[in-house]
Design a protein. Structure first.
Length: 158
């Protein structure tokens, strides 16, 4: 093998330096991207946990509202209609189903399954919105629960 010339040695040094620089730079970029994706993952999990907690609060408020309507209906002079009672029973069953989905969402969040947890929360929010409308309609259907006997007739005339 012939001896290396100074130009060849300098070229080898530059080649080694360039290769090392590329490796260090790409390692830095990969590390930054990994940290960014990890932080985004943690942020999404935290946001979903907050949404689940809000949903849990809304569910418990609707349960207390349904319980309050049920308790007040027992003390109303005269009887409430059977349709009204059936509608309240259906809404309460739906609330129980909604409450049962919350631990499932917790499990998905613990397993860090963001997509499935997001879908579960969205489905539960739609269900909570539907139940809230039903409870509002049930409350308006029995004006004695509102304490104003005319409020039910005003809403029927509109």
């Amino acid at each position: 093998m012939p001896p290396l010339t100074p130009a060849a040695i300098e070229m080898l040094w530059w080649l080694c330096f360039t290769t090392l620089s590329i490796l260090i730079g790409s390692g830095y970029v990969v590390r930054r991207l990994t940290l960014h994706f990890h932080a985004e993952h943690i942020r999404q999990l935290t946001d979903l946990q907050l949404y689940k907690n809000r949903l849990q609060t809304v569910t418990s408020e609707m349960l207390s509202q349904a319980n309050e309507m049920d308790q007040k209906s027992k003390y109303i002079q005269g009887n409430v209609s059977s349709d009204w009672s059936n509608n309240l029973g259906i809404a309460c069953n739906e609330l129980v189903q909604l409450g049962e989905t919350l631990p499932l969402i917790d499990q998905l969040l613990e397993r860090k399954k963001i997509k499935a947890a997001r879908e579960g929360i969205a489905r539960s929010c739609r269900m909570a919105s539907k139940i809230s409308r039903e409870l509002h309609d049930i409350r308006l259907a029995e004006p004695k629960l509102l304490g104003d006997k005319n409020s039910g007739t005003k809403n029927q005339q509109s």
